[in-house]
Every structure is written in structure tokens, then in C-alpha cells.
Design a protein around this ligand. Structure first.
Ligand SMILES: [Zn+2]
Ligand SMILES: [Zn+2]
Ligand SMILES: [Zn+2]
Length: 177
């Protein structure tokens, strides 16, 4: 079993180990690829702006699927599994498909035009100096972004993705940290 597999899915301790120092070049700066929650205001099915992050540090670590050394490109962690449900080999499906849950142009209940969307955005964050801030690699409507939940701004209509929002695996889902 190689180092990546032995590390399995990341908890905080394993994450800290992975970004401590590169096994190849001893570098200490890493690019971390993760799936994290982003909130977007939507009007008539189109996003109003780029939205904002809606995750904490534990969720950021929980969504990590790849860590590479910024100096030499060596992988410090690399998992092909779905970061949300851990289904084996399902990461590619998440990254290469559009959201299964689609945002309606109008609220089906009150016909309102504005809804709030929370979705999983693939993101990259560089470790190192200062407070790291992830950059989203896809937003609502783009390949790789997956809607988790939608809620109407004007009434109490809401909908949540069935099963795993990322890869579509049937419920139950493992709990998130
Ligand atoms: Zn390196
Ligand atoms: Zn409504
Ligand atoms: Zn999944």
C-alpha cells in the first residue's frame, strides 16, 4: 500500500502531516484542491454575482481530494474517491459533470424570481503565509459545481439534493464534520 492510500481520507491530523514538508524537495508550500460550500444569490436561474464561501476549516479539510507541492509538483495526497460520500473512484464524475439539482427560473410555490443556492464548488487554496483563501474553480452553471440546496427568498419553499450532491450516490450519506 502506498503512502496516499495509507493516508486514506483526511482528518485534521493527516492534513497537517500532508502539508508539513514535501517528501521529494522538502518544500513547505502546497496547493490544496478541495470541494467546499459556496452560497450564491440567484435571479431567474442565473447567479447575481460570484457569491461567498460558506464553510469552516473542518469542512475545507474534509473536502480535500488532492494536495500537490507548489515547488516540485509532487503529490502529498491524491484521492480518486468522492470527497463527500467517499464512493470509490467517483471524484472524476463530480469534476466532469454539471449539477444534477437544477435551479428553477422561478420559485415553484410563489413564482418569486430570487432564490439562494448553496453548492459544492471545486476550489484551490495555497498554503503558507497569511490566512489562506480558496479560489473557486467553478461556479453555479459550470461543470464541476454541484447544487446542495435551494431556498426561496420570498416564501418557505426549499429543496435539498437527493443523495450525494457531488456524485449522486444514493443516501445515506456519511455525516460531515
Ligand atoms: Zn516538492
Ligand atoms: Zn417562493
Ligand atoms: Zn459522492
Amino acid at each position: 500500500m502506498d503512502r496516499q492510500q495509507a493516508m486514506s481520507h483526511l482528518d485534521e491530523a493527516a492534513f497537517e502531516r500532508a502539508i508539513s514538508s514535501c517528501a521529494k524537495c522538502n518544500g513547505t508550500t502546497f496547493d490544496v484542491a478541495t470541494y467546499v460550500d459556496r452560497h450564491l444569490p440567484v435571479m431567474l436561474g442565473e447567479r447575481n454575482n460570484d457569491g461567498r464561501w460558506a464553510h469552516d476549516g473542518e469542512k475545507l479539510i474534509d473536502g480535500v481530494y488532492r494536495i500537490t507541492c507548489a515547488g516540485c509538483g509532487a503529490a502529498a495526497y491524491d484521492s480518486p474517491d468522492c470527497p463527500r460520500c467517499h464512493r470509490a473512484g467517483a471524484l472524476a464524475e463530480a469534476l466532469e459533470t454539471e449539477s444534477r439539482l437544477v435551479v428553477p427560473k422561478r420559485c415553484p410555490t410563489c413564482k418569486g424570481t430570487e432564490v439562494g443556492v448553496v453548492g459544492f464548488a471545486p476550489a484551490t487554496v495555497r498554503t503558507g503565509a497569511g490566512k489562506p483563501s480558496p479560489s473557486p474553480n467553478a461556479l453555479l452553471g459550470e461543470v464541476g459545481f454541484h447544487v446542495i440546496a435551494i431556498a426561496c427568498d420570498s416564501c418557505d419553499w426549499a429543496i435539498v439534493a437527493e443523495g450525494c450532491p457531488l456524485c449522486g450516490k444514493a443516501p445515506p450519506l456519511r455525516p460531515r464534520p
